[in-house]
Design a protein around this ligand. Structure first.
Ligand SMILES: Nc1ncnc2c1ncn2[C@@H]1O[C@H](COP(=O)(O)OP(=O)(O)OP(=O)(O)O)[C@@H](O)[C@H]1O
Ligand SMILES: [Mg+2]
Length: 366
């Protein structure tokens, strides 16, 4: 059976259980050649299980996987050949109790490459991952970030067509994380390697991926580009997961040519949407899309509400400001502007946001 060749990996109606527990349910997903795909989802969502199945470490309970147009057999030699075209970097990368050089070289030795060719390739890759000075160090003595780079080098030296990365920066400090992320985007750009990156870190998905799939409780709830997922989550669960902090219940009170009024307990929010009047909806606003000011500013933003600050929490350079404007809103502002506006509990402010900054999503009443 052949599938269209545009996808290098095609997952069709895939389900998997461990005992009674359904871990993956009815997944359908195509990964394009050269695409960087982030699989995001909370702990236990099934990310690792899906990567293991794609890497042929496990046979799915139901469904098929196509690799480069060919349906994968459930056993046999062909699986091994296909496995060789992929490389899997595990959630907890294991380095061998050998020098950094030998760690990276061993895959090439197994493949029977010549000594000089191996040396050339390993040197090149170690330079790329910034470990050229570490050749003779025992890999077990490296820091977590360095070990992760060895794991990456060990995969990259084999020039896989598909690279599967399972939480590549979990447990790494911010500097090591940034290095690994830079490497991943460098490889994606320079080598056009297809990548599937499992992560529970939204911003990592946003930063690295061409496309994101949200996996919740074993279901691929939404797949789309970064903007789709962040601006237009398909349901409340995805909205929560992507940090859409303001998810406000309302009812459409008027709808005209793509602009709606959402009634929220007597207040009206203007939004861009085609839902008809009477529809029960959630109005979703990202906290960074709300601006706060001490007076009603003249601006093109259609929504402006007088509000009282009910809570301020600071983290790093940002302040999270909860306000009450007849309904509760959370705004994210820089700490500097929070200080300039003297945002304290009880302070009166004006909250402003654009109609285009409001994502309206149907509320399914159960
Ligand atoms: N070998 C196994 N036997 C039984 N249950 C398993 C096995 N492997 C995974 N599970 C269960 O399957 C579910 C999905 O696990 P999985 O490791 O795929 O999640 P994940 O999304 O990778 O989570 P995390 O973000 O914590 O890595 C979990 O409930 C897990 O306990
Ligand atoms: Mg996992």
């Amino acid at each position: 059976m052949m599938k269209p060749l545009s996808s290098i990996i095609e997952v069709v109606d895939l389900s998997h259980s461990y005992g009674e527990r359904k871990v993956l349910q009815d997944l359908n997903l195509g990964i394009g050649k050269g695409e960087v795909f982030a699989l995001i989802g909370p702990t236990g969502a099934g990310k690792t299980t899906l990567l293991r199945i794609i890497d042929l470490l496990e046979v799915p309970g139901a469904g098929e996987i196509y690799f480069d147009g060919k349906c994968l057999p459930r056993s046999g030699k062909q699986r091994l050949e296909i496995r060789r075209r992929m490389s899997f970097i595990h959630q907890k990368p294991q380095v061998f109790n050998l020098s950094v050089y030998d760690n990276v070289a061993c895959g090439l030795r197994w493949r029977g490459e010549g000594k000089n060719r191996i040396a050339e390739k390993v040197d090149h890759i170690l330079e790329m991952v910034g470990l050229e000075g570490y050749k003779n160090r025992n890999a077990r003595t490296l820091s977590g970030g360095e070990a992760q780079r060895v794991a990456l080098a060990r995969s990259l030296v084999l020039e896989p067509e598909v690279l599967l990365l399972d939480e590549p920066t979990a447990n790494l400090d911010p500097v090591s994380t940034a290095k690994i992320e830079q490497l991943i985007s460098y490889v994606a750009r320079q080598h056009n390697t297809t990548m599937i990156i499992a992560t529970h870190d939204m911003s990592q998905g946003q930063q690295l991926a061409d496309r994101i799939g949200v996996l919740l409780d074993g279901r691929l709830v939404q797949t789309g580009n970064v903007t789709d997922i962040f601006r237009s989550p398909q349901n409340e669960q995805v909205a929560h997961f992507v940090g859409m902090e303001n998810i406000i219940e309302g009812v459409i009170s008027a709808s005209n040519e793509g602009i709606v009024m959402v009634n929220i307990g007597g207040n009206a929010i203007q939004a861009v949407s085609n839902h008809p009047a009477g529809k029960e909806v959630y109005a979703c606003i990202r906290p960074e899309d709300i601006t706060l000011a001490l007076s009603r500013t003249q601006s093109s933003a259609r929504n402006s509400f007088q509000a009282k600050v009910t809570r301020v929490t600071s983290f790093g350079p940002l302040s999270r400001v909860e306000i009450n404007c007849g309904f509760r809103l959370v705004a994210l502002v820089t700490k500097i502007s929070a200080e300039e506006l003297n945002l304290q509990v009880g302070r009166e402010v004006y909250a402003t946001f654009k109609a285009t900054g409001v994502h309206v999503m149907e509320r399914k009443t159960s």
